[in-house]
Design a protein around this ligand. Structure first.
Ligand code: SAH
Ligand code: SF4
Ligand code: F3S
Length: 492
């Protein structure tokens, strides 16, 4: 199995017919791309640079690592700057402003491509699953070379090679985009290369897609039906990560609590966590995201017993009004949500609870909004992501009557944000003076004598230290709390 990722591309016969089976087919196309890269090197006297820009959630971030891994294998060097020879945007479409950002930046890329005619531009990710988007790009952004979607990301090498060939043969002719979008898939291709952003922590996909169809949300339409990866594959990946120096994994899925339902041998998420717990070298396990409707007692018990599962649960509320929750198709009421948080805190008193909240869903009255404020005050979230409702064409909520006027939503949003921040900062200091385990993640961006890390509950700590500490877990005394983060120092 590891064989694939260590495969020497130069040993692949690129004049043979391409293999049918995956991932062998993709390795064959990686070898072809590699030849193109060598040609580029000869022409320009340097290796081409690639830049993968991630725009979405953790799931997208993990996908971007897969793209980067393939580009590296092909021979590109990586760049953080879009002044590169291949730039690909891995897009998000969960809210309208995510889309607008892409169109804005495409104009800028066009300018760079004019200066560097061998530059290739690609687009992928959730936004590309919307036919209207692809139409618009064909119409108005015809300089884009490559477009693919979420379901066939594994074909990246094959599609990139197609774009490279078109570029070489048709350079001065009218641009000819390579476009391949699938509507859905049940295929999961394992064993492709990937390049982690951090050497000591990694996301791990445990499932893809979503079946919940919350009425405001585009994700089920752009990510397809829910499907779980086989536990053997997941555990093998975590073992390989541990062997490669990873100490923290984050298990990723749109609703991890429904993991395993569609497997040949069904398995619960809690069971999977217990298996992951046994893997030596892994010190911390996080996961994202939990839907309140599916959070089981078994999971709470598993978290409670665990030495490795972090003391943090992200539990999206979306709205505190049972009426709105019903219209959102969330399948829980305000009371059920509050009871769940209470049960969780009774079992694990030190757990940090965070959430997502949408303001201004169609039909939200002042009373409904007050219900949300009420839950926020009762739960006392450690932090909350607040969003203004964004109308997503194709979702049921987009065609609901009584959409709320913008000014009203903005006022509610500001009130909510203020409340959320006040509560979070009042709660933040509660560990001051104590000693906590902190995973050091990076050198502080403002001050090179400091490093920054996270506690199990996801709180951020800055402390004196140098880059050698990155990736280690230290015992840190929290000396002071400043707003949302701590200052601390290593003990012992
Ligand atoms: N699967 C995750 C959420 C993924 S999207 C879950 O169920 O929790 C991340 C967040 O974006 C959601 O929790 C929601 O708060 C927000 N969101 C999704 N669609 C939105 C929309 N149309 N307008 C505003 N916010 C939205
Ligand atoms: Fe969207 Fe709901 Fe699925 Fe989360 S659970 S991705 S909010 S449909
Ligand atoms: Fe965005 Fe797609 Fe994630 S729409 S939030 S990148 S699943």
């Amino acid at each position: 199995r590891e064989m694939y990722q260590e495969i020497d591309l130069d040993k692949i016969d690129i004049h043979a017919e391409p293999p049918i089976e995956e991932p062998a087919r993709q390795y064959y196309f990686m070898a072809k791309c590699r030849k193109w890269v060598k040609g580029f090197e000869q022409k320009h006297g340097r290796l081409p640079k690639s830049c993968v820009v991630n725009m979405g959630c953790q799931m997208n971030a993990r996908d971007s690592e897969k793209l980067t891994g393939i580009l590296r294998k092909i021979g590109y060097c990586q760049s953080d700057s879009e002044e590169a020879d291949f730039v690909i945007y891995n897009t998000c479409t969960v809210r309208e402003n995510a889309n607008n950002k892409v169109y804005g930046r495409l104009g800028y890329l066009n300018g760079m491509q004019k200066k560097n005619p061998d530059m290739l531009i690609g687009l992928c990710g959730c936004m590309m699953q919307e036919p209207s988007v692809v139409e618009k790009i064909k119409e108005s952004y015809s300089f884009v070379n490559l477009i693919f979607g979420t379901h066939n990301l594994f074909q990246f090498a094959e599609l990139l090679f197609c774009a490279m060939e078109k570029h070489s043969s048709a350079q001065k002719k009218k641009a000819d985009m390579t476009i391949e979008i699938w509507e859905d898939t049940d295929q999961i291709v394992e064993n492709l290369p990937n390049k982690r952003k951090y050497f000591f922590k990694s996301g791990v996909n445990i499932m893809f897609g979503c079946n919940n169809f919350c009425s405001y949300c585009i994700v089920p339409y752009v990510r397809g039906r829910e499907r779980s990866r086989r536990p053997e594959e997941i555990l093998r990946e975590i073992e390989a990560l541990a062997a490669d120096g990873v100490v923290e994994v984050m298990l990723l899925g749109q609703n991890v609590n429904s993991y395993g339902k569609n497997l040949e041998t069904p398995m619960t998420f809690a069971q999977l966590l217990r298996e992951a717990e046994n893997i030596d070298g892994i010190e911390r396990i996080r996961f994202m995201t939990s839907h309140p409707k599916d959070l089981s007692d078994e999971l709470i018990e598993t978290m409670k017993q665990s030495k490795k599962i972090c003391r943090h649960l992200h539990l999206p509320l979306q709205s505190g009004s049972s009426k709105i929750l019903k219209k959102m198709n969330r399948n829980y009421t305000k009371e059920q949500y509050l009871a769940l948080v209470e049960k969780l805190r009774n079992a694990i008193p030190d757990i940090a609870v965070t959430t997502d909240i949408i303001v201004g869903f169609p039909g939200e009255t002042e009373e409904d909004f007050e219900e949300t404020m009420d839950v926020v005050r009762k739960v006392q979230y450690d932090s909350a992501f607040t969003f203004i409702y964004s109308k997503r064409t194709g979702t049921p909520a987009a065609s609901m009557e009584d959409q709320i006027p913008e000014e009203l939503v903005k006022k509610r949003f500001d009130r909510l944000l203020k409340e959320v921040q006040q509560i979070a900062s009042a709660k933040a200091g509660r560990y001051t003076g104590s000693v906590q385990k902190v995973l050091i993640e990076q050198v502080n961006e403002q001050d090179a004598h400091l490093v920054t890390g996270r506690m199990s509950n996801n709180s951020i700590v800055h402390l004196p230290g140098t880059k050698e500490r990155i990736g280690t877990i230290a015992d840190v005394r929290l000396t002071e709390c400043r707003g949302f983060y701590y200052l601390g120092e290593v003990v012992g």
